[in-house]
Write a protein that binds this ligand. Structure first.
Ligand code: FAD
Length: 223
């Protein structure tokens, strides 16, 4: 299923289960206030008993403001989509980091890996690399018509494993960030783990250890 459809389905299901989703509320500040947290946004202020920081590569600011040292680094990925009226491709082609995905009436060609680029706009150089690579994998793409192109930022941690867990000193604050290339795939497991932590249920100890938010980067990779 397409990532966009998955996100829409998650959002729809969450609302059926009672969640409120407030678009265009940019969180500016999170501050402890008595036994809860005061959340200041671009569109109003809120009180919360529990806070889950899950804002991708932009999460670094909250790691720092909540006293944790680690940073997330963007790895930009660019993709293109072309119309495909005649190529009977049934399976994904994958080579090194590149892939060609068959979709209904089109092919999706991805994806570049550009470290430390915060721009969410595709660059011509990235698109050119994708086209060259796609032509070497499937020469017939040359005649296909360009449909669209886009870019996103993969949130990368120092060891490429996500941070999923409780703040070491603030027990109502949780992090779910840094999923790098697998944030869609890992969304259900991440959500289940955060839910269990909030509800005080047991979580797998090997997962808790692997993803804990205060694991430290070795000195030579600390940014
Ligand atoms: C080209 C490409 C292909 C990919 N393919 C796959 C794949 O096939 N499978 C897979 O599992 N993963 C894939 N990924 C990786 C996946 O997209 C990421 O791992 C995932 O999006 C991370 O999810 P996230 O919710 O942590 O962060 P994001 O998706 O970046 O979402 C963070 C959200 O928080 C919002 N935000 C930021 N700051 C604030 C703030 N202060 N207040 C309120 N909101 C804020 C942002 O606007 C954004 O909407 C791909 C990534 C790219 C770029």
């Amino acid at each position: 299923m397409l990532p966009l459809s998955v996100c829409r389905a998650f959002s729809h299901s969450a609302q059926i289960l009672g969640a409120s989703i407030l678009p265009h509320h940019h969180v500016l500040n999170i501050q402890k206030s008595g036994s809860s947290y005061h959340i200041e946004t671009s569109n109003g202020e809120f009180e919360a008993k529990h806070v889950v920081i899950a804002n991708g590569v932009w999460g670094s600011a909250f790691f720092h403001s909540l006293g944790l040292g680690e940073s997330l680094v963007p790895v930009k990925g660019e993709c293109i989509s072309v119309r495909n009226d005649h190529m009977p491709l049934k399976h994904t082609l994958f080579h090194e980091h590149s892939y060609i995905l068959p979709r209904k009436g089109r092919l999706v060609i991805g994806a570049t890996m550009v470290e430390n680029d915060w721009s969410e706009t595709p660059a011509l150089g990235g698109i050119q690399k994708l086209i060259m690579k796609a032509k070497s994998m499937l020469p017939g793409v040359e005649d296909m018509k360009l449909e669209s192109c886009w870019a996103g930022l993969r949130p990368q941690t120092f060891d490429r494993k996500p941070f999923i867990g409780r703040h070491p000193e603030q027990e109502q604050v949780f992090f779910a960030a840094g999923h790098f290339r697998n944030g869609i795939l890992l969304a259900p497991a991440t959500a289940a783990m955060i839910r269990d932590l909030i509800l005080g249920r047991r979580v797998r100890s090997d997962w808790a250890e692997a993803f804990k938010v205060d694991r430290r980067a070795p000195e030579h990779v600390r940014r």
